[in-house]
Design a protein around this ligand. Structure first.
Ligand SMILES: *Cc1c(COP(=O)(O)O)cnc(C)c1O
Length: 427
């Protein structure tokens, strides 16, 4: 496989773009080699500028759950783009997508659309602090909630692979009200509440962690958080930027049957265009301006193209067998990887929930940041390169999810399993 054009494109990009990329993990730093530059994508296939085609298991890091350039999404965008791309005034498209979100997500009575997951979590935190009159936020090590300052303490993925514990430029004062404890540990939450409970505005988490690799919640963990936050007068915030509309129509909260006070969305809800959203109980959401005093705004928020892509995507996901299909493809991929690993004699511990999964290069179990960090990242890098050369596009980091979409076929999944067997035999 030739990557000459991509290598030249990366050189050129570095002349003008800081680090050559607009989001750090794209640079392939943690797996070695040079990033492939994408020319186009369709369904489960992505093609780089050298003409190499890959089966894509990144899906733009989650949004592309119906596959790339789905005809319904493309048609929707084509029907909208000629009518103007931003008005800074309300459209009915916003209400249409909002109605779908409210109908699908159990915790959401009212929603606000923003432009990214980062904005969604940042604003949900502001709202939680305002609603409770308390300053502190509890988060879990390895959970990533976007790159706003107060949430950049022990965040996962890019931070974890780049080995930055917390970013320079974030002041001690800003994170002083952010308490970080290990994922899946209720005793730690209990201790925090015991010590400073009356100052805790909210507990925020990815109900299924996806940014330190996929880590499901331990049995009883989410319900335990629900009970303890309620008793303590703190809000529970689910960051479902990945899990929303991916695990079930109502996301992880439907999948596990635990309803938070506020929910953050992103990725799938924008159907591949830049969208984030947050929502919750009406009484909380009405504290936002203009009905309440909590400020939030956005020039491009609720952008008509982005709303259209979201509407088309949620429509496709409302087909009866969608989630069963995602889960069965995920299960087949998991089986393929387990088989390949055991045949090659390489320890790979697989965590999967529905269509999101991570194979950790270690014996496991992987239940939190500390155990995830024991993975052999060097070996993952070699595996990543070997898979890429066989036309399988995986996340360029051990600590990310492998995603399947409705566009993947059983033949695609089988091909990935065969490639994994070869790749693992060589690492
Ligand atoms: C991707 C992600 C975010 C940030 O969303 P952006 O759109 O990249 O700002 C927040 N939380 C979680 C769980 C995510 O996976």
């Amino acid at each position: 496989m030739q990557h000459e054009r991509s290598e030249a494109a990366f050189e050129a990009a570095q002349t003008y773009i800081a680090g050559g990329v607009n989001s750090p993990v794209r640079a392939f730093k943690s797996v070695g080699g040079s990033p492939v530059f994408i020319n186009e994508a369709s369904g489960a296939r992505i093609t780089d500028i050298d003409g190499n085609q890959y089966i894509d298991f990144v899906g733009s890091w989650g949004p592309m759950v119906v596959g790339h350039a789905h005809p319904d999404v493309v048609n929707m965008l084509q029907s909208l783009v000629g009518r103007g791309t931003s008005f800074g005034a309300p459209t009915e498209l916003e209400t249409d997508l909002a109605r779908r979100v409210v109908e699908m997500v159990p915790s959401i009575d009212r929603v606000r659309f923003v432009n990214s997951g980062t904005e969604a979590t940042m604003t949900a935190i502001r709202l939680a602090r305002a609603a409770t009159g308390r300053p502190k936020i509890v988060k879990f090590g390895g959970c990533y909630h976007g790159h706003s300052d107060s949430l950049l303490a022990n965040a996962g993925s890019g931070m974890m692979t780049l080995g930055i514990p917390s970013s320079p430029g974030v002041t001690e004062g800003t994170v002083a009200d952010t308490i970080t404890i290990p994922f899946n540990s209720l005793p730690d939450v209990k201790e925090v509440f015991h010590e400073v409970g009356d100052q805790v505005a909210a507990v925020i988490l990815e109900p299924v962690a996806g940014n330190m690799g996929v880590i499901p919640p331990a049995i009883g963990f989410l319900q335990g958080l629900r009970d303890m936050t309620r008793e303590n007068g703190s809000l529970l915030i689910f960051d479902e930027v990945i899990s929303g509309f991916r695990l079930a129509p109502g996301g992880a909260q439907e999948y596990y049957g635990v309803t938070p006070d506020l929910t953050c969305l992103g990725k799938v809800v924008g159907g591949g265009l830049p969208v984030g959203a947050f929502g919750g109980r009406a009484d909380l959401m009405e504290q936002l301006a203009p009905t309440g005093p909590v400020y939030q705004a956005g020039t491009l928020a609720g952008n008509p193209l982005a709303m259209g892509a979201g509407i088309a995507t949620l429509e496709i996901l409302s087909q009866p067998e969608a989630y069963r299909k995602l889960d069965s493809l995920g299960e087949m991929l998991e089986r393929g990887l387990r088989d390949a690993a055991s045949r090659a004699g390489v320890p790979v511990h697989v965590n999967r929930v529905g269509s999101m999964m991570t194979g950790f290069f270690q014996t496991g179990p992987v239940t939190n940041f500390e155990s995830a960090a024991k993975s052999d990242t060097g070996r993952y890098g070699a595996y990543h390169r070997a898979m890429l050369e066989q036309g399988i596009y995986l996340a360029p980091s051990q600590f990310e999810a492998t995603f399947v979409s409705l566009a993947h076929t059983e033949a695609d999944i089988a091909a990935a399993g065969e490639a994994a067997a070869k790749a693992l035999a060589s690492v």
